[in-house]
Design a protein around this ligand. Sequence first.
Ligand code: LFR
Length: 479
Amino acid sequence: AAGRTVAAVDLGATSGRVILGQVADGRLRMRHIARFPNNPVDLGDGLHWNIVELYRQVLAGLATAEREAPGEIASIGIDSWAVDYGLLRGGRLLGVPFHYRDPRGSRAVEPVHARVSAAELYARNGLQHLDFNTVFQLAAEGDLLSIADRMLLIPDLFAHWLTGAEVAERTNASTTGVYDPRRRDWDRELMAALGLPPRILPPLVDAGASLGVLRGRAAEVVGREIEVTAVGSHDTASAVVAIPNPGRDFAYISCGTWGLVGLELDEPVMTEAARLANFTNEGGVDGRIRFLHNVMGMWLLSESLRHWYPAASDAERSATLQELLRAADLVDAPVAIIDVNDPVFSPPGDIPGRVQEWCRAHGEPVPSTPAEILRTIIESLAEAFARAVADASRLADHEVNVIHIVGGGSQNTLLCQRLADRSGLTVLAGPVEATAMGNLLVQARARGLVGGDLAALRAVVAASVEVVRYVPRGAVVVH
Ligand code: LFR
């Protein structure tokens, strides 16, 4: 049907994809068009995103989509990981955007806290402390800031290249640390108090807003002047749109590179207890609050596989991971529970070695085989997820009856079962492509192709996918 298809560009920290979607008979049908790796590059001054290559891949993917569905695409929406940004002057990019795993943000934490204490920061932005939050990266920026006239977060930067728009979509703006979740506006006073130039903050827009049509070369390469629509441009915000549950008594885990564990709320919870538990109040689609905590996530598995099999392709590594997971399931030696959020696990490199080192240093049983190491990681993730769900429920005084796990991690059956066991709650796994689904549905709604509130969009997701149920075996209960 002409004009009833929408295109999602979903950029993750390890790969990007272009997916077409169409809503018919209350269901969302998806067609995978392109998938490409996202490999960061160290340029000597630190770790960067290969942003131009990613943009080239996005254009190529959209061109393929237009060829496969000529004239059908009504809209394009872009989401990506949060926090990172490009600086511009006069519409041109200054320097290559840094990767949040570059340690430069850590160096700015003390100087920032010397001006505005951690407690005051939280009282203003409600954001969990992560060394890479935009506010710390900006504080580490140096000279470039004095000549920049704009900061665009990654999805907004792509929208800018595609259409010329210079705006910030709110869900992602809420991850910067210079955004006030109660006023739903930038905190310009905080910027000024930190010596950061408020002029670089672009006008805010909500998911669903039109950003204009493909311009110039972008339109030529893709083949047509297609409209670009703002979606929940923070990938986690899009993923939460696609939780297949129209109710409110669920916790969710958006499990990809990171495991984002939390609740959807109507109002932020910015108490001292929430700050100390490092819970964040990020902005959701339709003005909701994503009250959640970052847990290290599948990064620990994918980076371990990369360390063991440096020359393997992504496909080979994921086949090997499946084999190793079967072996991990059978491990019956005592398994250590490591603190998966220990900062030692954050930089790329020898994760298995660091897991062993951590166990040794903490007097825990040291895993030796790859299967034992994976089992340690999975049990520890399941434990951290279960704890974060219990913490969220307690801190927000919000009842949780079920945990939805979505994203790539929802395919990890061992993880899902151990999460059910450790939380004592039913775990519903899927959809895998929650982020793309949330992206597509918000566009479809903006284009009048589907109606309703979040509950209605979630009912579409529930009707479109198979969800796998894991019930607790009553072994370990953490709360
Ligand atoms: C997940 C995610 C998280 C964010 C992290 C860094 O992809 O967007 O929500 O904390 O990446 O941007």
